[in-house]
Ligand binder design. Sequence first.
Ligand SMILES: Nc1ncnc2c1ncn2[C@@H]1O[C@H](COP(=O)(O)OP(=O)(O)OP(=O)(O)O)[C@@H](O)[C@H]1O
Ligand SMILES: [Mg+2]
Length: 362
Amino acid sequence: MPGAIYAEGLVKTFGKVRALDGVDLDVPEGTVLGLLGPNGAGKTTAVRCLTTLLRPDRGRAVVAGIDVLEKPNEVRRSIGLSGQFAAVDEYLTGRENLQMVGRLYQMRGRDAKARAVELLEQFGLADAADRPARTYSGGMRRRLDLAAALVVSPPVMFMDEPTTGLDPRNRQQLWEVIKQLVSGGTTLLLTTQYLEEADHLAHDICVVDHGRVIARGTSDELKARTGGERVEVVVHDRGHVAAAAGVLRGFGTGDTGVDEHTRRLTVPVTGGARLLAEVIRELDARGIEIDDIGLRRPTLDDVFISLTGHAAETRDGTGEDDGTGRDDATGGSGRTAGAGGSGQDDRAAAGVRGRRTKEAAQ
Ligand SMILES: Nc1ncnc2c1ncn2[C@@H]1O[C@H](COP(=O)(O)OP(=O)(O)OP(=O)(O)O)[C@@H](O)[C@H]1O
Ligand SMILES: [Mg+2]
């Protein structure tokens, strides 16, 4: 039986750009899928196809057991979406934004009010609750947008880069909120450019590049393929780079990366801090002076390098609109049915909830 979010062979082209080039996904109910990829990989396009905002050229998608292309309106009733760019009404206060979403979902006034209070508290916005959203910082808007996506608790949620632009503390808090949500049974697809985030939150990870899934698995499986942690060393003297590489090779579980110019060497290891101490002793014993040394977790780049042999390339700005102007199923308005809409694509994407949308794309 397909999962709560299921896609098969999704293809979407914009002019010459194949934003999605045959994507298959299957997210079991009550789990989190992390869609991980660099700029332009196709993450937002996938989210928009799955949330009825964009009609794929080919393929099939089923969300919450409902066919996305056949019954987009029913799908919308079962999902929540927080788009890549916050779609809040600038002129309403934080509290009013949340209450309005509740009312759009036919909550009783009293319930909408109570839910707004709860969410403002949960997202650290209680102090700013009665200020217009236009006075909010970027991170506050982001949090308000996420809170709005959670006013009612839909069984399936989509979050497109939910923590981009949040400071570390707010990022942590949001992770907690997401964990709570999922422990309550919600199925979640989230996109991110941070392996660490996918690692924290996602049961399964799909790495996308150029519109294709290039790897999938649990975070541990991907890390095993990527080589887990890395020791990174910057040697003081360029003349010592080769000798240091020799030392690292002795400790590494994979190839040693060497950047002569910055005198930086990197090698995948297992063994953590204990091993780091050994590396330092060995370098010291050979008289190799170091400017910096540390243990770090693999980044998205490391994953890409190990999967594709090259660093993650950004593919933004190369797209062309197909000129039909019909890609947006819903026009340019935001969550608030136009009140704050700027016409920007992702504002529309962010506005699935609480909006009286037209039928999905033709
Ligand atoms: N409406 C559009 N018209 C033309 N090209 C588009 C459109 N939407 C997306 N593209 C192109 O499709 C490709 C995938 O874009 P998408 O927004 O899905 O990437 P992403 O993985 O979400 O990137 P980011 O991390 O920057 O948000 C890019 O090359 C982009 O320029
Ligand atoms: Mg995106």
